[in-house]
Write a protein of this length. Structure first.
Length: 637
């Protein structure tokens, strides 16, 4: 298999599968990355057996019905010069959902419960093991027969092959359990079955050297197993880390921005040195400069850059022509990629809303007559609108009241562990500038300013401001909004209550920041736990960080009143009131659109559109998407 470059998009769920088959949406999604220059695309997991359907939207390779879709996919990607490999998969006990809403019955080497999904599997009979082994080979034959360049056996993240390897999950007394040789037997037979069915096609193996699970596989065990890997069975090893079995291990499946870039480079270099194999490595590699270094230093033969390609499908082509500044770098927020998957929605990206919408999003053509467009507000929505409108050929001016554009992105990036989020503002500002929009900061647009500029269309992207909490106040307690908290001064040892209605980023981040400044912080959440409104890997990482920063967390708690030294809190379930000593209270109790009344009145007779928080307070994802869509407003045709 010859690759155009060493950039790899690894297998990842997209929720673009239809009834277990490769869909036009899935083909369009991958074709966009192939057009952007990706060297190898590994298509998401396909079930090799009836018991391998771990979600309602997994690909199914158990019958010949899958061949036509895979054939169309292979043809589409080969036309663009990109190689394609399909993943062969069995989750074992790691089943997320059933197909009809009833509790699933997972299978595994032994009946050992999975902690994360709280399911107890049924132990496989010996003849069933043989049936699954044959299923891997049959699935491989279908994918290779459809024209794929190869297949990849998924033995990573605590899935079925890894469950056979781990003594904790394999307590069998037959030929598949007990000794190292016996526990290795299942994967050895799987690889043999796949190799025999694949002919000259490539066979890869995805694995973890460290599952980061107290009961999971560790490096020394994996080295012992790899010593049994027969020459010629696999053509490459794809290294990742983590485990689906525990919440802590699962955070490494799609590591967020709190993890260092390329943090598996050392492990990959050791794997390459000790095995002599072709090695691909994953682990937060989002810039071509980083990838180039890994290859140059011999850490890996190819570099997995999946989320980098979700954020910017053209990243390889831009890198090839030296346009590094033009790359829209992934910031590891996990909001619309893995976050959409866990919510059951098609994959996307907060910075690139076209991702996952390739068949429905029609790029707006350049207009024959450019209109004078005024964008008011330089947050994410305003910046995206300015870029999209300027690209279409309009004469765009963006006016931002602050000293810099980016809006609330900068507040988010000032929180501990969220610094990389500032890249969203940088990327969007660069897009607007390169498109030709004129950006003016420290500029207030009122009714008079509107008249002076005489725009033909106005985009209102003025963002939002914190709402005052609806609480009973006695005296003059120190009440601070989320926007004010980080810039305020506190004496060391000050008692601070952070009252958070939403249990997302702001409250926990502010609580951690103040704790690091020496405050004694209580985070009062209306929710059942910290990060309840976040994607699960982000939530669990946030819980860890709150504990490390010694923040006291009070759940199911709402702020109802305050005086100079006390916060009055109410249990959201029982309505019981408790008192918390507090020298200051930070309220994260919602936002409201920041819309000057006189400006709205002046816009009454002008074509205009409200986007982002000016329409309704939400997140960066919605603001950027609406900024993109406004360029297609029919009033600008």
């Amino acid at each position: 298999m010859r690759l155009a470059n060493r950039i790899v998009s690894s297998g990842h769920d997209t929720v673009l599968v239809e009834e277990g088959r490769v869909s036009e949406r899935l083909i369009a999604y991958h074709r966009e990355r192939a057009r952007g220059g990706c060297g190898l695309i590994v298509v998401q997991v396909a079930a090799v057996h009836e018991s391998a359907r771990y979600t309602a939207h997994v690909l199914d390779a158990t019958s010949d019905a899958c061949v036509a879709g895979y054939r169309d996919l292979a043809a589409a990607l080969h036309t663009e010069g990109t190689a394609v490999v399909g993943q062969l998969f069995h989750p074992g006990r790691e089943v997320i959902e059933s197909l009809d809403g009833t509790a699933p019955v997972p299978v595994a080497p032994s009946a050992v419960p999975t902690e994360r999904f709280a399911r107890t599997p049924r132990a496989l009979a010996t003849d069933e093991v043989a049936e699954i082994v044959a299923g891997y080979g049959a699935a491989a034959a279908r994918l290779v027969g459809a024209g794929l360049d190869g297949v990849e056996v998924v033995a990573s993240h605590g899935y079925l092959p890894a469950q056979f390897l781990a003594a904790h999950t394999n307590r069998r007394q037959d030929r598949y359990g007990g000794s190292v040789e016996n526990r290795w037997r299942f994967l050895d037979e799987v690889l043999g079955s796949v190799r025999a069915a694949s002919g000259e096609a490539v066979v890869g193996l995805r694995l973890c050297l460290d599952e980061r699970d107290p009961a999971g596989l560790e490096p020394e065990e994996m080295w012992a197993y790899l010593a049994h890997l027969s020459p010629g069975l696999v053509d490459y090893l794809s290294l990742t880390t983590g485990s689906s079995a525990t919440r802590g291990g699962a955070t490494h499946i799609v590591p967020d921005m709190s993890h260092p870039n390329a943090y598996l480079a050392g492990a990959a270099a050791e794997l390459r040195r000790r095995t002599g194999a072709v090695v691909m490595v994953a682990g937060r590699i989002n810039q071509p400069q980083e990838a180039e270094r890994l290859v140059a230093e011999g850490a890996a033969d190819a570099v997995v850059m999946t989320r980098a390609l979700i954020s910017d499908p053209e990243m390889p082509a831009k890198a090839r022509r030296g346009d590094l500044e033009g790359i829209r770098a992934c910031v590891g927020c996990n909001q619309a990629c893995i976050g959409h998957f866990h919510a059951g929605f098609a994959i996307s990206c907060i910075q690139h809303p076209e991702t996952g919408r390739e068949t429905t999003w029609v790029p707006v053509r350049r207009t024959r007559r450019g209109r004078r467009v005024l964008v008011i507000g330089g947050g994410p929505g305003g910046l995206k609108a300015a870029a999209a409108l300027a690209e279409r050929g309009h004469v765009v001016e963006l006016h931002e009241v602050a000293e810099r554009v980016g809006g609330q992105v900068h507040l988010a990036a000032s929180l501990p562990g969220r610094e990389e989020f500032a890249g969203v503002a940088q990327n969007l500002a660069r897009e607007a500038q390169r498109a030709g929009a004129r950006v003016v900061t420290r500029s207030v647009i009122d009714a008079a300013g509107l008249g002076e500029r005489a725009p033909e269309f106005v985009v209102v992207a003025t963002g939002s401001r914190p709402r005052r909490p609806a609480i009973e106040v006695v005296g003059a307690p120190r009440l601070l909004s989320e926007d004010e908290a980080l810039g305020a001064s506190f004496e060391r040892g000050a008692r601070v209550l952070v009252a958070d209605v939403f249990a997302q980023w702001a409250g926990a981040g502010i609580a951690r920041a103040l704790a690091r400044r020496g405050c004694r912080v209580t985070l009062a959440l209306c929710a059942r736990g910290a990060g309840e409104g976040l994607q699960s890997y982000l939530r669990d990482q946030q819980i860890v960080e709150l504990a490390r920063d010694r923040v006291t967390v009070a759940t199911n708690t709402r702020l109802v009143g305050a005086d100079e030294d006390t916060a009055y809190c109410q249990d959201v379930l029982t309505d019981e009131v408790s008192l918390v000593e507090a020298d200051a209270i930070v309220h994260v109790t919602g936002r409201e659109p920041a819309l000057p009344t006189n400006l709205l009145a002046a816009l009454a007779d002008l074509p205009h559109a409200l986007i982002g928080d000016a329409l309704a307070p939400r997140t960066v994802e919605e603001a950027v998407y609406e900024g993109l869509r406004v360029a297609g407003d029919p009033r600008l045709a």
